[in-house]
Design a protein around this ligand. Structure first.
Ligand code: S3P
Length: 736
């Protein structure tokens, strides 16, 4: 038998009573409200067993006390609870700001007690009061608990269990982080909605305006109907974080005002596109719950000279290529596929979202875990609209292969960078299999695919060494009659082949040719995604260049079709030890220990280029600090990545004082040797994640600050780059 005391019978308190009454009929519930009508209503609806006019009487005999009053009433409630609670009572709350709640408590108790667990259910509605009580309000919603060092484990367990019984999922955060995140994701939107409606209601003709207001007004301002006392108190209790949020927002709004005044079409487009992309990411991260989104990257990085070596043991996020493929093959498999180590970056999320839009149930990602409920090879459903691939070339090209074999039509679109990238390289060979696929006139997205075609296996000699093209053909080959074979001009990453085998499909390799027989069936499995060597590369080069560094990168994928970066750096003189080599789910992984070493310039062997294709931006930085000349040839593919990576690096490195000449297929870099210092300066990341991170490494060896703009796309492949870089010793600051 548990006795629950609920102080405050508004929407949240009364809904908690309703949820417990429905799910835990044996519990006794005491309720407190300041108003007589609320008390009567709560009793009449059977939400509580007894109702009281005083907090002291309510908490008598309670095992658990839930405080659900507006923020402004916490002090007086804490005073009463402190005097009257039983020695064994655990106390929790639902306040929207945790710092202020903890301060109010300490003002009463003088020290943080072990029996208090600060909490915040991320659920609610614009409705308020006991009449809006809803027993399912917390189902599939998050409750954030912010325990303190002094909080007893038993108290935390009790409160966790209390919320889980109501159908919520509990996550733990610290108080400051909670307040910072909620200021942006909850408090600021409410303040904006209240302010907009207030501003419009100043107008004499506001009734007319409201009468003709369309869905946009309704959607944006729904929360302006929320309880005003509650929101007044929240606004004041999280003052500093909210003020920072308002400044951030008004800054952007001011820029937008100026762009509209100047008719700056490009700026407006980029801002809207960034927001649209971020909103889509939010939808896919949040599923149906209200999870706070935390993995955006700020747009400006500033890095200054590293005054000491880089140190630490870190694990960079999951491999992007393998993460995409785990969703694609998981979706086409029969049965369930579980994934761990999944990259929660925008690119891989674009793939998740696309399959959701084709009817695949995908749980997560949540802390790198994803569960894909496969629909079978022929189980995809027609998407309702064009599939948006964001910045992700891998999503667009591999999906084209899959969509070529479907019975329905589809359209693939992307952001401004992806909309400039060449797609004929996949459209042409897919047509040879019988696909009906078109691109824009100049071979770029959107891609239109007509379904219902009969595909027949054939042989393709690839014109470019591209794993994306090879993979698109292998995936289309699953749907083709007979054998599909592909000859590569040079080896490229073979994750698709390895993973198809892991899903029970036969893929044959005969020298530079790989083959697949149509009609194969995939069976769901478990995938452990190793860390991405392409993300590790920034740290490998940084630790190599900064004296006294000693950095270990754990669980890095070292598939031989990806380790060109290690071979090239070793040829230049780097000190990289490969330790603890083993295999996970068909992919080799290892820990990489990197220590400082002076580098010398080399002519990079052309056969290593496709095996290090994504690592060239940071290799340009390494070459700038090597003794003598580094010659890069055979790397023309760099010109058609997320940006023209040869041009982006030549432009930025020239600003930073490097002697570099771009060539059609590479560059000649005159390295300054280990004593070289980059000039201070401002460079552009050109909407390209890897360019942004490469210039961050250059900043570590600059004689003054290096400012890098346009970095938001770092979130496509490495959402926690800033945190990890700081952890190992990058002096990196960010701004919007
Ligand atoms: C990728 C292949 C490479 C690489 C990209 C990811 C993949 O592209 O640059 O970041 O996952 O197959 P190309 O196939 O165009 O070389």
């Amino acid at each position: 038998m548990t006795t629950l005391a609920v102080i405050g019978l508004g929407l949240i308190g009364a809904s908690s009573c309703a949820a417990i009454k429905m799910r835990m009929p044996g519990w006794t519930i005491h309720g407190f409200s300041r108003t007589e009508t609320t008390r009567q209503r709560a009793l009449a609806r059977g939400l509580v067993d007894q109702c009281f006019e005083s907090v002291e009487l309510t908490v008598f005999g309670a095992d658990l006390i839930l405080i659900a009053v507006p923020m402004g009433q916490f002090s007086s409630v804490f005073n009463a609870v402190w005097l009257a609670r039983e020695e064994y009572s655990v106390v929790t709350d639902v306040g929207s700001t945790k710092g202020a709640v903890v301060d109010d408590l300490i003002a009463v108790t003088k020290a943080i007690p072990s029996w208090f667990v600060p909490g915040h259910p991320i659920a609610g509605s614009e409705q308020s009061g006991v009449n809006a009580a809803n027993p399912d309000l917390f189902v599939d919603h998050q409750v954030i608990l912010t325990p303190l060092a002094e909080t007893a484990t038993s108290a935390l367990e009790l409160v966790t269990d209390f919320w889980e019984k109501q159908g919520a999922s509990v996550s733990i955060m610290n108080v400051a982080r909670h307040d910072e995140v909620l200021a942006l994701t909850s408090h600021l939107p409410h303040i904006l909605a209240f302010s907009l409606v207030h501003a419009l209601s100043d107008d004499d003709e506001h009734l007319d305006i409201f009468r003709y207001a369309a869905g946009g007004f309704r959607d944006f301002t729904r929360i302006a109907a929320s309880d005003s006392e509650m929101w007044r108190d929240i606004s004041l209790s999280n003052r500093d974080a909210i003020l920072r949020g308002i400044d951030r927002y008004t800054g952007r709004l001011g820029e937008m005002r100026e762009a509209i005044a100047l008719g700056d079409r490009d700026w407006i487009m980029r801002s809207f596109e960034r927001a649209r992309n971020a909103r889509r990411l939010f939808s896919s991260l949040s599923g149906k719950g209200d999870h706070p989104v935390t993995n955006f990257c700020p747009s400006v990085f500033q890095v200054t000279h590293a005054t000491s070596g880089l140190h630490g043991n870190i694990r960079v996020p999951g491999d992007k290529s393998i993460s995409h493929r785990s969703i694609m093959l998981g979706a086409l498999a029969d049965g369930v596929t579980t994934v761990e180590g999944f990259l929660e970056g925008e690119d891989a999320i674009a793939t998740v979202q696309a399959f959701r839009e084709m009817g695949v149930l995908i749980d997560g990602p949540d802390a790198g875990k994803v569960t894909v409920h496969g629909v079978g090879r022929d189980g995809l459903k027609p998407p309702k609209a064009a599939l948006y691939m964001g910045n992700s070339g891998t999503s667009m090209r591999l999906l084209s292969g899959i969509l070529a074999g479907q019975s329905f039509d589809s359209e693939l679109i992307g952001d401004s960078s992806l909309s400039r990238r060449p797609m004929r390289r996949i459209a042409e060979p897919l047509k040879c299999l019988g696909a009906s696929i078109t691109t824009s006139e100049n071979g770029t997205p959107p891609i239109y695919i007509s379904g219902g075609q009969v595909l027949s296996g054939c042989h393709t000699d690839l014109a470019v060494a591209s794993a994306q093209v090879k993979s698109a053909l292998l995936l289309a080959g699953l749907y083709a009659q007979g054998e599909t074979s592909i000859k590569e001009p040079a080896p490229t990453r073979d994750h698709t082949e390895r993973m198809l085998v892991g899903f029970g499909c036969k893929v044959e390799r005969d020298g530079s040719i790989c083959k697949i027989l149509g009609g194969g069936k995939l069976t769901g499995c478990h995938i452990d995604v190793p860390s991405d060597i392409s993300s590790a590369a920034f740290f490998i080069v940084a630790a190599t260049l900064i004296p006294d560094s000693d950095l270990t990168l754990h669980h890095v994928g070292v598939n031989p079709t990806r380790t060109g970066i290690l071979e090239i750096l070793k040829l230049m003189g780097a000190n990289i030890e490969i330790e603890n080599e083993h295999e996970v789910g068909g992919e080799p992984v290892a820990d990489l220990r990197v220590r400082y070493a002076p580098l010398k310039g080399i002519a990079i062997p052309e056969n290593l280029v496709p095996l290090a294709i994504d690592e060239f931006p940071v290799l340009f930085v390494a070459a700038s600090c090597a003794e003598g000349e580094t010659l890069i040839t055979g790397a023309q593919e760099l010109r058609v990545k997320e940006s023209d990576r040869i041009q982006s690096m030549v432009d930025g490195l020239t600003v930073l004082g490097v002697r570099i000449i771009g060539t059609p297929d590479g560059a000649i870099v005159s390295g300054g040797g280990p004593e070289f210092r980059f000039s201070s300066g401002a460079v552009e990341a050109c909407e390209d994640h890897r360019i942004a991170m490469a210039f961050s490494v250059a900043g570590l060896l600059a004689c003054g600050p290096v400012r890098i703009s346009d970095c938001v796309n770092v979130a496509t492949s490495f959402p926690n780059f800033v945190e990890l870089a700081r952890e190992v010793g990058f002096p990196l600051t960010v701004s919007e």
